[in-house]
Design a protein around this ligand. Structure first.
Ligand SMILES: Cc1ncc(C[n+]2csc(CCOP(=O)(O)OP(=O)(O)O)c2C)c(N)n1
Ligand SMILES: [Mg+2]
Length: 782
């Protein structure tokens, strides 16, 4: 543990301290009142508890006061503990950046969100939070982005900020934090502060004390400075008095649950217990305090001592090494349920909030007036403190960089037989050869599957990113290898260890580079398709905050053949369909991929655009001869007729991705029985479905009466035609097409775990082959 060196002069003058303490009180008040208003005063129409976390807010109010009103600079970025959202909005309100209307509508439609949200909140949220642990870890990757841009001279050294996470101590149980910690160490990251609200309570209860000093070891091992803020100044003063050492010794050995319980019970209970446990000198010390003072003394831990906090932040700012602050706090500090183990969702009663209002001196009826009830002189000092906060400087914090020009078309890789995975590698390698601004802004990243997902060509040309230059020893020693593994500040590939959470958090951070740093980057993450599930929450998290990136996952489905069931993805098309803000593409052919990739890069930059997910395959497919480009418009909308049906055709095969050959074989086998039958190439079940539901919604909400793309595609078929859908994944991704115009459907797909095998065996066993198509056709024929 790093002891805090005594400051040569106090970080705060007595007047400043007084003003800051008022800010702290008013923040406590605003957060409590915002939650109270939502739960007790606003009309409740559905009987649901609105909720909010007054205890978790109170625990962090001092920390956020010291941070936002003294330490924070505009270039710093903060991920706020999700359930401290009311404190965040309260701070923004004090800064004049949040409206009363938003606070009054906290947790209501269009109001301030339960958990800070970049996209839904109206004030300046740097990182969304909510799923604990992810907001913490994303700050490490944001610091990587900053280093990446700084190495290119795009973030001047003097403008570099700190990437800060304010976190609950129970968040430290989330494994993704340690995955990020390892990656942060490997990349020698800096300018990261993680500030732990160490109240030793989680949602359910008090937390295990066996972790007390373990966190120090864990973080110090990976190069962090650990600053433990255990005691407040008043406590340290008491410890220096006769008997004080025994009091300190008692606190050091007091179990979490007892400390919390006594904090709840208050002065008399503290006294009773301390008199029982302390030697005479300690008892005498305790005898000097009345109950109220004793209760305050015992609970004014380091994380509630503004002087301690401001000094710690000042000291930490002297260098850029990563810092972990362990700030001891009391959950529910100064509220009637402080320390109670069940206080996580506790709400003050009207009587209790009224007592708090009176104790803070907020006049009745002026609850939303942030500084009401202060003397004019003091109010002026508080206003001056707020106005002079470094964070208040008029510096732009959210950027909207101009779109980067994307080439009109990507060259289609040549070859009669191609797999989409290899084609992806070639397209990117071709882009890497060009000198365009676009090529310079691509950043690839992968959790140890760079080579096996075919990013190698791009990396060979563009290099690995590393703040310090690294050599490829194998290359230098002239040992033959297709991969060059050289790192420098100019590199454009971020190699990650095997941790899919880190992949998606890295994509989140790089996908926000435009808004955070004013520099548009095009992040592309690659992984094996089944392992999306490992990082799914982080993927959702990244998209929720409107980061923009591409995910390329390969190989996928049963089609990976001998790799077997443990590597086989089944439900990923449904993940793509079910995930807002992410478009799933599953092209079969190289020319489709080139078209769709380009389209995705354009869309990444659109205000209403989003992220894109390419589910690719290692299966070699014969490429179609294209008489013209008429297929392209449909492919961009999710499907086109590879073999157009004749009007009134009674059967259509609807396939997606790598199963194109089976669909074509099926059509060959069936065309005599079903003259004019069509084969529909689906490039995106997701987009088709979205278009269909959107058109329906538009019709029944008075919008334009447009037919969706899939309605138009299916309209030439006979009203009683049968549809056979075919996809290497859950069949439900396509079976819905029968509802579009009321056609009958037989849906082929995978509904069981796979196993090793070659493709003929696997397709036969899992009923994805021509035989299965014929059976399905026979079943439809009645
Ligand atoms: C991934 C995830 N799991 C569970 C939750 C529900 N949850 C919200 S806060 C919390 C723990 C709170 O403890 P701590 O982080 O110590 O914060 P405190 O309220 O004590 O300040 C839990 C389990 C969540 N938000 N995210
Ligand atoms: Mg806690």
């Amino acid at each position: 543990m790093n002891a805090i060196a005594p400051a040569s002069k106090p970080a705060l003058s007595p007047r400043e301290l007084l003003a800051l303490a008022t800010v702290e009180e008013r923040l406590l008040w605003l957060a409590s009142w915002t939650i109270h208003n939502a739960n007790h005063l606003r009309p409740n129409r559905d009987g649901l508890k609105v909720g909010g976390h007054q205890a978790s807010c109170a625990s962090m109010t001092s920390l956020m006061t010291a941070l936002y009103f003294k330490a924070l600079r505009p270039q710093d970025r903060v991920a706020v503990k999700p359930h401290a959202s009311p404190v965040f909005h309260g701070a923004q309100y004090l800064f004049g950046r949040q409206t009363r209307d938003q606070l009054e509508r906290f947790r209501g439609l269009g109001g301030a969100q339960s958990y800070p949200s970049r996209t839904k909140d109206k004030d300046d949220v740097d990182f969304s939070t909510g799923s604990v642990g992810l907001g913490v870890a994303v700050t490490a990757f944001a610091s990587l982005v900053q280093d990446y841009l700084a190495a290119r001279g795009r973030v001047p050294t003097e403008s570099m900020g700190r990437m800060i996470a304010l976190l609950g101590d129970a968040e430290l149980d989330e494994g993704n934090i340690y995955e990020a910690l390892i990656e942060a160490y490997k990349h020698d990251l800096r300018n990261i502060w993680w500030i732990v609200d160490y109240n030793r309570q989680s949602l359910d209860a008090t937390t295990s004390e066996r972790m007390w000093d373990r966190f120090d070891d864990i973080f110090e091992t990976v190069g962090w400075d650990v600053l433990t803020l255990k005691y407040g100044k008043r406590q340290l003063e008491a410890f220096a008095k006769p008997g004080g050492q025994s009091l300190q010794a008692w606190i050091e050995t007091c179990p979490n649950d007892l400390y919390a319980a006594l904090s709840y019970q208050g002065g008399a209970a503290w006294r009773e217990r301390l008199l029982q446990d302390l030697p005479t000198e300690g008892q005498n010390l305790v005898g000097n305090y009345d109950d109220a003072v004793l209760s305050n003394l015992m609970t004014q831990l380091g994380g509630h001592c503004l002087e301690t906090l401001v000094e710690a932040f000042e000291q930490a700012a002297l260098d850029d090494r990563p810092k972990l602050f362990i700030a001891y706090t009391v959950k529910g500090w100064r509220l009637p349920f402080q320390g109670h183990k069940d206080n996580h969702s506790g709400l003050m009663t009207p009587t209790q909030i009224d007592a708090l209002r009176q104790s803070i001196g907020v006049p009745e009826g002026q609850e939303w007036e942030a500084l009401a009830g202060l003397s004019p002189a003091h109010e002026a000092e508080v206003r001056a403190l707020i106005a002079q906060a470094p964070f208040q400087a008029d510096v732009k914090r959210r950027f909207n960089p101009a779109p980067v020009t994307i080439p009109d078309a990507f060259e289609v890789p040549s070859g009669e037989q191609q797999a989409t995975q290899a084609a992806f590698g070639k397209i990117l390698a071709d882009i890497a050869k060009t000198e365009s601004d676009f090529a310079a802004r691509i950043v690839t990243t992968s959790p140890d599957v760079t080579v096996s997902t075919n990013l190698g060509g791009f990396v060979n040309r563009r290099g690995l990113f590393s703040r310090t230059a690294t050599k490829d020893v194998f290359k230098d020693r002239k040992i033959a290898s297709p991969q060059i593994w050289t790192g420098s500040g100019a590199g454009q590939h971020i190699e990650l260890g095997i941790a899919e959470n880190n992949l998606f958090l890295n994509l989140a951070a790089f996908g926000l580079a435009g808004e955070h740093f004013g520099e548009r980057l095009f992040p592309i993450g690659t992984l094996y398709d089944p392992f999306i599930a490992r990082g799914l929450d982080a993927l959702n998290y990244a998209i929720y905050q409107n980061a923009r990136f591409l995910v390329v996952s390969t190989p996928s489905g049963l089609t990976l053949g001998p790799e077997g069931g443990a590597h086989q993805s089944i439900n990923t098309p449904l993940i793509g369909m079910g995930q807002p803000g992410l478009t799933h593409w599953e092209p079969a052919f190289a020319d489709e991929l080139a078209l769709l990739l380009r389209h995705s890069f354009v869309d990444l930059q659109e205000e209403t655009g989003g992220c894109h997910y390419f589910r690719l395959s290692t299966r070699l497919l014969s490429q179609p001869a294209r008489p013209n480009n008429s297929w392209q418009a449909g492919a961009l909308q999710g499907a086109y007729w590879l073999i157009p049906p004749s009007p009134g055709a009674e059967l259509a095969l609807i396939y997606c991705g790598a199963l194109a050959p089976e669909a074509l074989a099926g059509s060959e086998a069936l065309k005599e029985d079903y003259p004019g039958m069509g084969v529909l190439a689906v490039t995106s079940p997701d987009l088709l479905h979205r278009g269909w539901t959107a058109a329906g919604r538009a019709r029944w909400t008075g919008g334009p009466r447009l037919a969706s793309h899939i309605e138009q595609l299916l309209s030439p078929l006979h009203a009683r035609a049968g549809l056979i859908t075919l996809l290497d994944g859950s069949p439900s991704a396509l079976s819905w097409v029968g509802s579009v115009l009321g056609h009958r459907v037989r849906a082929l797909g995978v509904e069981q775990f796979g196993q090793t095998g070659d493709l003929p065996d696997l397709y036969r066993t899992y009923r994805l082959d021509c035989e299965a198509i014929l059976d399905a056709a026979a079943d439809l024929h009645f």
